[in-house]
Design a binder for this molecule. Structure first.
Ligand code: GAP
Length: 462
């Protein structure tokens, strides 16, 4: 089962490269570990996910406000949030011969030992007791804490004064703007601030395609509530997250909600549910997180900055709101969507591979082709249909390479839900009753139906 899953994952990674979804970062220079580039179809899928998320969590609601904060923030932010401390570190060990670095908890996990919440000395003790070696068979250095934030310098300042970090989560951009949004928008409690943007973590061991990378995108919401209402609002948002995962086309049996135990909670959290996806070859692992962050962040920022982070109710009562945080990584969403959509079946006596993507996520809504590309009348009519649909939907492909069968397979492989072919009947030469109709071929069933050109927009909007 695991081998089958691994091979499915390998096929997906290979399809992603071959068909322009995801490329290795800086590939011509041998790559850069933990970085990936989105190709033309990957950008489309990524943008579709972000647009749908924004529609569901922001545009369709009255209680959500958007934000786009700077990636580089005043370094004090990260002292106050606790990220410069041990709370945002992973335990690191080195191969004593090669100097290669590994996450100690991952090495222990490979030996069936859960190192969550262990002190460094405990990890060292287990490594010694069990004789755990590096993957190359060499001894390991004592474990030490490794902070995951990328450091940089701002301007021409030398020394620690100019030290800045690339943000490891988009959340803090929201917290430091809490007061600005309240003053500008006068939101009523409870309300949320949503942000989509890049985050950076200097992961010791980036791995498993887009699952653990060093540069990634997050879609996060900080939802502000009165302390006494947090549990009831938590349940409501939990349902919204379930709706989102359905909207991504992820089947219920492939999603699991994992209640994170107390000893494994992030330094800011009192309760967290990880929404896990059943990745092929790997099993259930984190897709998104949903934390109750209490008033930890706003309170800490208020104390450190001296700027009040209190919310004032119309009756004059004031308090620091508590926070619920649904946090989604787009790379993991893309991986789950592709795993769910990847399908192999038999069609016309051949094995075919196709992506059964929901139409609202597919890079192209439809592809338009003339039956033959050397017949000017067919090409002209097909161009007319293409231009009409492109104006309406934007993401319409023109495909006149090879024969129609090959075009269908190519479009199936990238998840295009419908292929529209303009043939001689469209011109009305032989069957006048078919004039101005086209064939629409369904990706999943391979069935073809004739539709009037004037009905195409409605058909594709269904
Ligand atoms: N603001 C809370 C926060 O950042 P997190 O659980 O550390 O919480 C939230 O991250 C989500 O971001 C994860 O569920 C995952 O989808 C994504 N994520 C985190 N680290 C990642 C990495 N190194 N590579 C890819 N995605 C990552």
């Amino acid at each position: 089962m695991k081998e089958e899953g691994n091979s499915k994952m390998e096929k997906i990674v290979s399809l992603c490269k071959r068909r322009g979804f995801v490329f290795q970062g800086s590939e011509i220079y041998g790559g850069l570990k933990g970085t990936w580039d989105h190709g033309p179809l990957g950008v489309a899928l990524n943008n579709n996910i972000k647009r749908e998320w924004w529609k569901l969590f922001v545009d369709s609601r009255e209680d959500m406000y958007g934000l786009d904060a700077a990636i580089i923030m005043n370094a004090k932010t990260w002292d106050v949030s606790g990220h410069t401390g041990s709370g945002f570190c992973d335990p690191l060990v080195e191969d004593s011969e090669t100097g290669e670095r590994f996450r100690a908890d991952h090495l222990l996990k490979d030996h069936g030992i859960d190192a969550e919440g262990m002190l460094l000395e405990e990890i060292d003790g287990i490594i010694a007791e069990k004789g755990i070696k590096s993957p190359k068979g060499n001894t390991l250095s004592p474990a030490r804490q490794f902070n995951l934030m990328f450091e940089s310098r701002i301007g021409a300042t030398a020394g620690d004064e100019g030290k800045v970090y690339l943000r490891p989560e988009t959340a803090q951009g929201i917290f430091v703007n809490f007061k600005n949004v309240v003053d500008a928008m006068s939101p009523k409690m409870p309300f949320g601030i949503a942000q989509i943007g890049k985050a950076f973590r200097n992961e010791i061991a980036p791995r498993e395609f887009l699952f653990r990378v060093r540069e990634f995108e997050q879609m996060e919401i900080e939802y502000f509530v009165k302390e006494e209402h947090w549990e009831e609002e938590y349940e409501k948002l939990r349902k919204d997250i379930q709706v989102w995962h359905k909207h991504l086309g992820l089947r219920d049996e492939n999603i699991r909600e994992y209640e994170v135990p107390d000893n494994d909670l992030a330094h800011y959290s009192k309760r967290t549910i990880d929404f896990e996806y059943n990745y092929p070859g790997k099993g259930f692992d984190e897709l998104a997180g949903f934390a109750y962050r209490t008033d930890h962040d706003l309170k800490s920022h208020m104390e450190a900055s001296g700027v009040s982070q209190e919310y004032i109710e119309p009756d004059g009562s004031r308090y620091i709101p508590h926070v619920l945080e649904p946090s989604f990584g787009i790379g993991r969403a893309i991986t789950a969507v592709l795993c769910e959509a990847y399908t192999e079946d038999e069609m016309g006596g051949d094995t075919r591979t196709y992506l059964k993507l929901p139409a609202h996520l597919a890079p192209y809504r439809a592809a338009v082709s003339p039956l033959l590309k050397n017949k000017p009348q067919l090409v002209e009519k097909a161009r007319e249909v293409f231009t009409m649909l492109k104006k309406e939907f934007g993401n319409i492909a023109w495909d006149d390479n090879g024969n129609v069968g090959k075009r269908y397979r190519r479009q199936d492989e990238i998840g295009t839900p419908a292929c529209i072919v303009i043939d001689f009947d469209t011109l009305g030469d032989e069957k006048p009753e078919h004039k101005d109709t086209v064939t629409v071929r369904d990706r999943d069933t391979g069935e073809q139906e004739r539709f009037k050109i004037e009905d195409l927009v409605a058909k594709l909007s269904e």
